[in-house]
Design a protein around this ligand. Sequence first.
Ligand code: GLN
Length: 185
Amino acid sequence: PVVVRSAADLGDAPGNRLDGLVIPGGESTTMSTLLVAFEMLAPLRELIGAGLPAYGSCAGMIMLADRVEGAQEGQAFLGGIDMTVRRNAFGRQIDSHEEDLRVEGIAGGPLRAVFIRAPWVEEVGSDVEILATTRAGRAAGASGSDGGRIVAVRQGTLLATSFHPEVGGDHRVHDVFVSMVTRRA
Ligand code: GLN
């Protein structure tokens, strides 16, 4: 992996070419501000639109959403996945939780999912595969087929999860992303 910090890291210089992009968790309003300040919004939108595989977890999921509920005024997103994501959907930081999830396409038993002031997906377009739903937040009107909230999705070369697989030491979600990248390369 290489760290992408500025638009120069996205250029065509030898050794610069990205095969895939991971947008980590964090805080999506800060990410928006920095993407604008470092002039990375337009080039990243272009790369993602051209089929660069990208995986977003938590705030990264928010960045990949075409529609966001609870966005800060003027907040910019990369978009790409035909979904509506609700920021801070499970509640405040104190409502963060862990849960064992069954994720479509991931064998070997449930995945320990860590949700940290996480978003959930309110609705998806017809091209979006729903990979996991959570029991937490199950409620009337929830859009997962089992009444749970949608927390993992894939559309073409884009993957997103509400939770943080990187903090659990279980690499199976990253394996899915790596195979999406290698399939395309
Ligand atoms: N609540 C954060 C946001 O809205 C996301 C939290 C996270 O990435 N763990 O951007």
